[in-house]
Write a protein that binds this ligand. Structure first.
Ligand code: DLL
Length: 433
């Protein structure tokens, strides 16, 4: 089902003028209400009247996390706090959290975008939706919750943690849709196995996963272990939360961007010049309709490309390719760029290896070192030493073959790598400590 047929299937000849009108209004409003944005625009000599076409967007300055931090907590809001009905924040690993706000209308918009997302995943009002995204300052829990209720489904607000109880509830309430991070979905699958609960004891048919990068091989693993269809959804707090882009269940390839509300661009991650349609680079979004916390050209640091071919589902919105990593996730090991998702891809395709891993990066003298801790299955772990050595060598060889960088492999016991209840911590970079 398409939730908002009128917009989601809009011919592009109608969509683009709508985007331009909304962009012009939004830029004028931001210029008039946020001194910080006005100063940034004045600095590069651009005023709202200069935005005459969609391409003129590249006259506008970018916004980064740093801008949000400088204006902590509410300096970039365009409305007085009395019109803000909700605050969310992302903790970030360094410095102050980034804070975002929503008016009543923003919350309604967000709920509708999440209903679109869930409908694209194949969910309907008949579903029982088990929501394991964390509730709180993180946008995942409440964002998905409002969307699922708005869809008319029955929502179970489980939040993260206490996996055994979650499995029991999913079984007893016969949940049909699971919402969680992909790493938590695997955690739940393992807990199920420990409890002797099989997918046929549950009624799950689809999972809606996002908030962290996950490879195609991880998708296969989750689909197999939980016997469901796994759908990828994307979003970030600075833009609205989840509900920015979503795969359709018909294709499961590329995430339709809610282009009537968010204008995407792909820019060169070093020069920040706009790249041609189809090229891979850093994703940048401008919100077109947000009230309390609109952003202009927000640099996400996520890598993707825009896919413009028509989709079988009937949606006309461009799709973004699955995000495989962020520029600040990228590890530089002895000069070679390495994304954790590439390592995940190698691991998940090897028999007997579990998709639980952690990458430990360090520096000995002037040399970067990388050690990958990999969990193996119970059966493999009790194998003779020779077999374990052969497995280590294979992983080492495959990583070297794909990435051109050598590393140490440490095979570890089942369940020894800390499980995530939200976003997984895949990398420990001791060079930064
Ligand atoms: O993670 C919002 C969200 C909640 C999305 C639930 C999907 C589901 P933040 O905590 O602000 O917001 O983190 C945003 O997470 O810039 C990406 O790097 C990453 N991310 C989000 N979705 C995906 C995805 C939420 N599907 C940051 N694939 C983003 C890869 C993702 N990375």
């Amino acid at each position: 089902m398409i939730w908002d047929e009128e917009h989601e299937t809009m011919p592009r000849e109608a969509l683009e003028p709508l985007q331009l009108r909304r962009l012009q209004d939004q830029v004028a409003r931001i210029y008039a209400t946020v001194p910080y944005y006005r100063a940034k625009m004045d600095e590069v000599n651009v005023s709202p009247g200069d935005i005459k076409t969609l391409a003129d967007i590249n006259k506008l300055p970018f916004t980064t996390k740093e801008d949000l931090r400088k204006n902590y907590p509410f300096g970039l809001f365009t409305v007085p706090l009395e019109r803000v009905v909700r605050i969310h924040a992302s903790s970030g690993t360094t410095g102050k959290p980034t804070v975002v706000g929503y008016t009543k209308r923003d919350i309604t918009l967000w709920a509708n975008l999440m209903s679109r997302t869930l409908a694209a995943a194949g969910a309907t009002s008949k579903d029982v939706i088990h929501n394991s995204y964390g509730y709180g300052l993180f946008t995942g829990g409440m964002g998905a919750h409002y969307g699922a209720e708005n869809l008319g489904a029955t929502v179970v607000p489980a939040s993260g943690g206490n996996s055994k109880r979650q499995i029991t509830i999913m079984r007893d309430f016969q949940a049909t849709v699971l919402l969680s991070t992909p790493s938590y979905a695997l955690n739940l699958a393992d807990t199920m196995a420990d409890m002797g609960v099989t997918p046929s004891d549950l009624a799950l048919r689809v999972g809606v996963f996002g908030a962290e990068p996950w490879s195609e091989s991880m998708r296969e693993e989750i689909e197999k272990k939980l016997s469901i269809k796994a759908i990828d959804i994307y979003g970030l707090s600075e833009i609205i939360g989840p509900g920015v882009a979503a795969e359709c269940h018909e294709r499961q390839s590329g995430l339709h961007i809610m282009e009537d509300h968010f204008l995407p661009e792909i820019v060169d991650p070093e020069t920040f010049d706009p790249l041609p349609l189809g090229a891979k680079g850093e994703l940048v979004f401008t919100t077109l309709t947000k009230e309390a916390f609109p952003v202009i050209r927000y640099r996400t640091k996520d890598f993707s490309r825009l896919l413009t071919d028509p989709c079988i589902c009937g949606r006309t919105f461009y799709r973004m390719e699955k995000v495989t990593g962020r520029s600040d996730d990228m590890l530089i090991i002895r000069g070679v760029n390495v994304f954790p998702s590439q390592i995940e891809h190698v691991l998940v395709s090897i028999e007997g290896v579990e998709p639980h891993y952690q990458i430990i990066v360090d520096r000995k003298g002037n040399m970067d070192t990388m050690e990958v801790h990999v969990e193996v299955s119970e059966a493999v772990f009790s194998d003779e030493i020779k077999k374990l050595e052969a497995l280590s060598k294979k992983i080492q060889y495959d990583i070297k073959d794909l990435l051109g960088v050598s590393c140490q492999i440490k095979l570890v016991e089942p369940k020894s790598i800390q499980r995530s209840e939200g976003k997984a911590q895949r990398v420990i970079d001791k060079r930064k400590i």
